[in-house]
Design a protein around this ligand. Structure first.
Ligand SMILES: CC(C)(COP(=O)(O)OP(=O)(O)OC[C@H]1O[C@@H](n2cnc3c(N)ncnc32)[C@H](O)[C@@H]1OP(=O)(O)O)[C@@H](O)C(=O)NCCC(=O)NCCS
Length: 209
């Protein structure tokens, strides 16, 4: 299995290799890189396959809609020209004055599951977030999967989301020890807004006329 990665330090790289060493013989080679504009259709198709149309109804979508991901933290894995995994992280305020990232969605193509690619995306995303100075990450997801990366529901006890959530699926991770200790209150979106495309602006003006 061939990877192209950017861990900030050797410890993380060693940890990754332990995960990636599984199923080496069966695994295809792929490149993990930042998402580009031309990846969007393939990424959306992958998310449709993984979550179906109900994905747009998720509470976390309220924190992502109309925003762009945190700088440098929209990642894809590409295998021979196909997008086979996606992971994005988003800037949020985790309660009063506590900056954090919201992680998700994470999805791996069915054809590429159980090869360590999900773990690779997570390790790489978290390493890049730490390297950029982010202090904490929250997500809503399956605790049995995310616990292996250090996520814990105890770290989000003081936080609420702008919609329904099962508490045991609302998880946090401190990249800097104590970063979520005082996190209290409602999580809100903090990322840069999506710029309106010229076509969308023209349509809006035509409607207003
Ligand atoms: C979850 C997902 C990203 C994992 O990707 P992956 O590349 O298969 O993950 P890895 O290879 O790193 O890990 C696979 C292991 O995780 C386990 N796993 C996968 N999904 C899990 C889940 N929801 N809960 C607990 N364990 C899970 C697998 O059983 C496997 O276990 P094994 O190593 O003992 O065989 C992928 O299954 C996926 O895209 N699922 C659909 C979308 C989704 O559920 N996203 C996560 C939101 S909660």
């Amino acid at each position: 299995m061939a990877f192209e990665l950017s861990f900030p330090n050797a410890v993380d790289a060693r940890r990754f290799r332990a995960v990636a060493a599984r199923d080496v013989a069966a695994a295809p080679s792929f490149v993990l890189r930042e998402e580009r504009a031309e990846d969007v259709d393939a990424r959306e198709a992958l998310l449709d396959e993984a979550f179906g149309p109900a994905r747009f109804l998720k509470t976390c979508e309220r924190l992502r809609a109309g925003r762009v991901p945190a700088r440098g933290l929209a990642l894809v894995a590409e295998d021979e020209g196909s997008i086979v995994a996606t992971l994005r992280l988003w800037s949020v305020n985790a309660g009063m004055g506590c900056a954090a990232l919201l992680l998700g969605p994470l999805a791996v193509a069915r054809s590429h599951r159980s090869l360590g690619l999900g773990a690779t995306m997570m390790e790489e995303g978290l390493a890049r977030a730490a390297a950029r100075g982010h202090r904490a990450v929250i997500l809503v997801g399956d605790a049995p999967y995310y616990a292996r990366f250090g996520f814990d529901a105890a770290l989000t006890e003081g936080l609420s989301l702008p919609g329904p959530v099962e508490r045991e699926r609302f998880l946090g991770l401190e990249l800097i020890e104590g970063a979520l200790r005082d996190a209290r209150g409602l999580v809100s979106a903090a990322g840069a807004r999506v710029a309106a495309s010229p076509r969308r602006v023209a349509r809006a003006s035509a409607r207003a006329a």
